[in-house]
Design a protein around this ligand. Sequence first.
Ligand SMILES: [Zn+2]
Ligand SMILES: [Zn+2]
Length: 632
Amino acid sequence: MKVVLPDSSELELPDGASGLDAARAIGPKLAEQAVLARVDGATRDLRLPLADGERIQLLTTRDTQDSDALAVLRHSTAHLLAEAVLRLHPGVKIAIGPPIAEGFYYDFEFPEPISEADLESIEEEIRREIAEGRSWTREEISREDALARFAAEEQPYKAELAREAEGTISLYTQGDFTDLCRGPHLQDSSPIRALKLTSLAGAYWRGDEKNTQLTRIYGTAFYSQTDLDAHLERLEQARARDHRRLGMQLDLFHFDEHSPGSPLWHPKGMTIYNELEAVRRRENAKRGYLEVKTPLIYDKALWITSGHWEKFRENMFLIPGDTDEQTYGIKPMNCPGHMLLYGSRLRSYRELPIRYAEAAPLHRNELAGTLHGLTRVRYVTQDDAHIFCTENQVAAEVDAAIDYVRYLYGLFGMEPHAELSTRPDNRLGSDEQWDRAEAALQSALDRHGMMYVIGEGEGTFYGPKIDLHMTDVLDRSWQMGTIQYDMQMPERFGLTYMGADNTEHMPIVIHRALFGSFERFIGILVEHYAGDFPFWLAPVQARVLPVGEAHREPGRGLRDRLTTEGFRAETDERDETLGKRIRDAELEKVPFVIVYGDRESDEALAVRKHGGGQSTLSLDGLLERFRELTEP
Ligand SMILES: [Zn+2]
Ligand SMILES: [Zn+2]
């Protein structure tokens, strides 16, 4: 048989040859360094046979940044972890141990609880295994044999997995440890050059809180110590930038146990919020959106019409009435109100598109355990809008929304990328409708040269959607806004417009939020800038420091002048040394500090820029500078 190599050359192999055989046929060095085969884009264990005509790529220990090569390394390390834990904690029950985005984990039921302190000895044991050397062998067995084996070993979780496993059941063995596993795995442990067990957490068996709570050990592994060090450094930076910490430190917001998941915005945080709100209003007005305001609570009947009663009730806060029918629900989304607005009178095709915008507070009863600072909240404010249009207008509307997104994210130096989710199996509407809808979304992404991946079958039942992501300075990707095509909600609300043909047609609705939510967006901005906001967003833009008592009056005069010109300025008149006051302003990341002493006047001001740089500017020069830095 023949397989095709990445350079399109063909390699002749005996029938049934494995990935490892292919590596050997190419050269001994490659055979030694190979960690994984990628066959027609999917990963395959090196020990498994190849088939005629397959296009193969062999990943090696030099593919240190490849996510598949890292996954096989990390998953193999998870097996070493299980081996170590079984040796150190006899009687432990083992569950599952997959690779994850930044590492791996393994779930255990320990006979006695363990603590973070135990991770060190476990890690030591894994190092010993690696020093000794481990190699993996793979075997396939029948379900009966697998069940008998794990029953004998008193491993009930493994037995349960073997009972339910589909397809071939395989075992991987290293040293005296055997695991039920599909693979793939490394040939041996030598490529694992750096590892770290990072944390412990509780995790329910199969993610179901009715099941036993297991102990999850998280870890990570790399092909080199340098890569592990860089990873730990990134984690450290992320910790230092954590918006929950910076939010308190910079006096932006806090959370209170009396209303979990609902930020209390402090004046400085509110300044940032309002600047974003100003951008939203200004850009919406420029781009033909109409501001509206709709109720926060609606009765049950409306939620039944919108479908939320059936699909979203568990996430809604309900207000009981005298009878069940009088139950009210606090809105988790703005859509129903906008449907009522549109439907309040007869519409003509000449009015379309209609773009209603509203940034109302929404409430979603997220599980307490999933709440996370500003990035996962119960009180959420979207920069929401609903566009009512004809099917022919969809492409242009989506195109304009993408243009809007590029502008918005560009303000923060962030490049948007997207995921286009296409038709799921369970869907409404005809194939022709879906063809047109998907094409409209995709062509808008293409026209703007936006990077995107396709989530095959990941669309909602009522239409395809674009999820917007952005990458921050630490190279982390965040999901932000969304643009969703909807052919269902207009139907549920019986919305129509009078067409040029004098008959009624149903409009399409496009739901879109571009920041996503103000809460989440600000949380991410805090981390992106590490609190060092650009001038136009900074809660305090300039701080005047009078040198002595005699300078307080003229210092206040300067502050008032800056304030009158529309800038956010304050004085620091505390009885602290000038040095201390300058340092505090640096810590608070105030963009400009103006020291006001004997030599200062409107003609000559001593201006210090945050992060370095001192200059002498006239008041007019300073104002000019501030205007230039103000967001366009
Ligand atoms: Zn495995
Ligand atoms: Zn909506």
